[in-house]
Design a protein around this ligand. Structure first.
Ligand code: ZN
Length: 238
């Protein structure tokens, strides 16, 4: 596994606005505090989300703004939305190419991706869009982004091949790395609260998150009461 000091750029890939905040906001806040540049690549505008009678055509606009506000809380201001339809994401060649372009633009040492594998213990985390975005992102990491002959239009546009050395998988069935986020938990909560259309009706958000992250802390063997985010880390040859 890379030492954190070897990481200066991270690309975080997700299906929907709020996925990164639920899965990794505490970790992202710790990285940016250390000077790591974190970029987001989000496949959809989350246009199928929400819980009330907000006019549907407003939803993508609101959710992009919410995600930008949440990112700002964590010190992230480089966000790209790919504009795929919420609820209908597939691991298509188009999505692989679009994520490859972002990998080649950002040239990260570490990439955060949703799990392409279904987690039967937390089915809500395995939304089909998450699985599809995860699959496309893993294919983009290996082999597309590192192969100069894959998607030749990218090279023609000046995006040179880039081999990502390390992948962190969110919400998968086999977490093996636990980040203590006790000190950045307030920032995570604030980022999630910026997603008003998603969390505005949840009075129990802090309580729910605290319980969930405490369980992660226990699973990771952290001291009693510490809060953690969980990942599976995969190292790749470069
Ligand atoms: Zn989602």
């Amino acid at each position: 596994m890379l030492d954190d000091s070897e990481v200066t750029r991270v690309l975080a890939v997700a299906a929907h606005p709020d996925d990164l905040d639920f899965g990794a906001a505490g970790t992202i806040a710790a990285w940016t505090a250390r000077g790591v540049a974190v970029s987001y690549c989000i496949a959809t505008y989350g246009d199928a989300g929400g819980f009330d009678d907000t006019p549907r055509e407003q939803m993508p606009v609101l959710r992009e703004a919410e995600q930008r506000a949440a990112a700002k809380v964590l010190g992230v201001d480089d966000l790209v939305f790919l504009g795929y339809p919420d609820g209908a994401v597939t691991a298509s060649l188009d999505l692989r190419r679009d994520i490859s372009r972002e990998i080649r633009r950002v040239r990260p040492q570490r990439i955060l991706v949703p799990s392409p594998e279904r987690n039967w213990e937390r089915l809500g985390a395995s939304h089909p869009d998450h699985l599809a975005t995860g699959e496309a992102a893993v294919c983009a990491v290996y082999p597309d982004a590192r192969n100069p002959f894959a998607f030749p239009e990218l090279l023609a546009d000046g995006f040179e091949a880039w081999a990502v050395p390390e992948m962190w998988i969110m919400a998968g069935p086999r977490p093996d790395h636990y980040v203590d986020v006790t000190d950045t938990f307030e920032a995570k909560l604030a980022a999630l609260q910026a997603h008003v259309t998603q969390t505005g009706h949840r009075d129990d958000l802090a309580e729910m998150l605290t319980g969930w992250h405490r369980l992660n802390g226990q699973a990771g063997g952290l001291p009693e009461g510490r809060l953690a985010e969980a990942f599976q880390v995969v190292s790749l040859p470069v």
